[in-house]
Write a protein that binds this ligand. Structure first.
Ligand SMILES: Cc1ncc(COP(=O)(O)O)c(C=O)c1O
Length: 470
C-alpha cells in the first residue's frame, strides 16, 4: 500500500515526541479508550443520533451542557474549527456590505470570513512593541475613537488572547463596544481553558462578549478541528446564527469530533480544572527555573507596555541569546525530541496544556539548560515587519472576486492587489486584496524574501509573482 500520510503518522507515533503544540490533548487523549470505540462510533444521523443542523436530542443536550459550562446563552459545535466558527459569527452578526472593525493582525480565517460575507473592513492596529519585537495589545480608547467617528461600523472583532498569549483589556473593550451599541465578536481560539482557572485571564463571555469562538482543540483535550461557537448575549439573533452555522458546516459532521468536544467539556468540569491548576503550578516552576538560566529568557510582558493587560502563561514564549527562535525550535526537535508550536527570528513558543505531564516540563528545562551551556553564540538579526499603512482602493471582497492577472511582483507597483501577501511568522498581511502595491512595500517584502522569511500569497515556482486586479 502506498500510504505516505499513514507512514509519517506511524513514524510520529513511534518517536513519541514531547508535544508543546496543538492539539491540547498532547497525544494523550486517554480520557476514554478511543480504540474501544473507533471505527464503530464513526456513524451518521441514524435513529437516536440527532442532527447537528437541527438538534433536538443528544446533540442539543450536549450543546446545552457546554453552554452551561462556558457561561453561554447557546453553544454550537463547530467541526470546522474556529475558522468555520468565525465565518459563522461574522455571517450571523452582519449583512453583506456591512462594515466591521478588525485587527490588522487577525488570523486568516477573519479575512476569509470578511470575503465570504462580503464585508467592508476598517482596521485597528495593535501596539508594536519595538523592545520585544512583538505586536502586543489593543488600546481600548482607539476602538472608542473609531466607533465615535464611524457610525457605520457594526461589529468589532478582537483576537483574545493573541498567539503569544497576550491579552488586551477585553472588559474595557466590551464596555466601549456596547456603549456604542455595536456587536463584539471575540476570536478566542487560544482561550478555551480560561474559564477553568483563576490563574488565567478572564474569559470573553465573562466580560459580556456577544459571540466568542474557541478552538477547544488547541488548549483543551479535544480532537483537531473541534471548536465551540458561544453566543453570549441577545444582540445577535440566535435563529440567524443557527441558519448561518448550517451554511458553513458539512451535512455529515463527525460524531468522533462532537463526542470529543463533549468529553473535553465533561472532563474540565471534573478532574480537568484541578489538573489545570496543577499545570499552572508547574508553569510557575518552569518560569522560575528558566529565569535562573544564563542566556534563556521567558517573555513575561511586565516591562512597560500598558496594552498587555493580562497574559496566558500556559504559552511559554522563549528566547535564547545567540540562537534564533527557529534555531531553538530545530535544536529542540532534532536533539531532544521536543516539538514546539512555532518560532520566528527571535522567539520560540511552547504551547503547553493541562495534558502535559510533569516530565514534559522537566525535559524542556533540562534541554534548555543544556542548550544554554553548549550552543554556540551567533549574531541574530531581529527581523520585525514594522508598521503597516495600507492604501485602500477597493474593498477586500470586491478585489478578491474581480478579474485578475498575474504579474512579476517587482512589476506590480501602482497596481491593486487581488492577493494577501503575508510573511510567516507573524502572519500579518502586509498587503490585502484591494490595496495599492507601492514601491516601498515591494522593496520591503523583497528584503524579507532575501532574509528567507516565508511569504505566503505569491505565485510561481520562484514565488515572485502576484495576482493583481486586471
Ligand atoms: C488567532 C486564531 N484565530 C483563529 C484560528 C483558526 O482556528 P482553527 O484552527 O480552530 O480553525 C487560529 C488558528 O491557528 C488562530 O491562531
Amino acid at each position: 500500500m502506498d500510504t505516505p500520510i499513514l507512514d509519517q503518522l506511524r513514524r510520529l507515533k513511534y518517536e513519541k515526541g514531547i508535544s508543546f503544540h496543538t492539539p491540547g490533548h498532547k497525544g494523550k487523549n486517554t480520557l476514554i479508550d478511543w480504540g474501544d470505540y473507533i471505527p464503530f462510533i464513526d456513524t451518521t444521523e441514524i435513529f437516536g443520533m440527532d442532527n447537528l443542523h437541527d438538534p433536538v436530542g443528544i446533540i442539543k443536550e450536549s450543546q446545552q451542557l457546554a453552554a452551561k459550562t462556558f457561561g453561554a446563552r447557546e453553544t454550537i459545535y463547530s467541526i470546522n474549527g474556529t475558522t468555520g466558527g468565525i465565518y459563522i459569527a461574522l455571517g450571523a452578526a452582519t449583512n453583506p456590505g456591512d462594515k466591521v472593525l478588525i485587527q490588522r493582525n487577525s488570523h486568516k480565517s477573519v479575512y476569509n470570513g470578511v470575503i465570504l460575507n462580503r464585508l467592508n473592513v476598517e482596521y485597528i492596529y495593535p501596539n508594536y512593541n519595538k523592545r520585544y519585537g512583538l505586536f502586543t495589545g489593543i488600546v481600548p480608547e482607539d476602538i472608542e475613537d473609531r466607533l465615535k467617528k464611524d457610525k457605520d461600523i457594526k461589529v468589532v472583532l478582537i483576537v483574545y488572547p493573541n498567539y503569544y498569549g497576550i491579552c488586551s483589556d477585553i472588559k474595557k473593550i466590551a464596555e466601549i463596544v456596547h456603549k456604542y451599541d455595536r456587536i463584539l465578536i471575540v476570536d478566542e481560539a487560544h482561550g478555551s481553558h480560561f474559564k477553568f482557572s483563576d490563574k488565567l485571564p478572564i474569559s470573553a463571555l465573562e466580560v459580556g462578549a456577544d459571540i466568542s469562538i474557541q478552538s477547544t482543540h488547541k488548549t483543551l483535550p479535544s480532537f483537531t478541528q473541534t471548536s465551540m461557537i458561544h453566543l453570549g448575549t441577545d444582540r445577535v439573533d440566535i435563529n440567524k446564527l443557527r441558519s448561518i452555522a448550517s451554511l458553513y458546516q458539512t451535512t455529515s459532521p463527525s460524531y468522533l469530533f462532537m463526542a470529543s468536544l463533549e468529553i473535553a467539556r465533561a472532563y474540565m468540569e471534573e478532574e480537568g480544572a484541578q489538573r489545570l491548576d496543577r499545570t499552572m503550578e508547574l508553569i510557575d516552576y518552569v518560569e522560575k527555573e528558566l529565569k535562573n538560566m544564563d542566556r534563556v529568557h521567558v517573555f513575561t510582558g511586565d516591562e512597560e507596555d500598558n496594552t498587555i493587560y493580562d497574559r496566558d502563561r500556559t504559552k511559554i514564549l522563549l528566547s535564547l541569546d545567540g540562537v534564533t527562535g527557529t534555531g531553538i525550535d530545530k535544536i529542540l526537535r532534532d536533539h531532544y525530541n521536543i516539538y514546539l508550536e512555532m518560532a520566528d527570528s527571535q522567539y520560540a513558543l511552547a504551547l503547553t496544556s493541562l495534558m502535559n505531564e510533569k516530565e514534559d516540563f522537566e525535559q524542556l528545562i533540562k534541554s534548555l539548560k543544556d542548550m544554554s551551556e553548549n550552543q554556540p553564540y551567533n549574531q541574530i538579526e531581529n527581523i520585525g515587519i514594522g508598521p503597516i499603512s495600507p492604501i485602500k482602493v477597493l474593498s477586500i471582497y470586491e478585489a478578491f472576486y474581480r478579474k485578475r492577472k498575474i504579474l512579476d511582483f517587482d512589476q506590480s507597483i501602482g497596481k491593486v492587489s487581488a492577493s494577501f501577501i503575508t510573511p510567516y511568522p507573524p502572519g500579518i498581511p502586509l498587503i490585502c486584496p484591494g490595496e495599492k502595491i507601492t514601491k516601498e512595500l515591494v522593496s520591503r517584502i523583497l528584503s524579507l524574501v532575501e532574509k528567507n522569511i516565508e511569504i505566503v500569497g505569491f505565485l510561481g515556482y520562484n514565488k515572485r509573482k502576484i495576482e493583481v486586479v486586471d
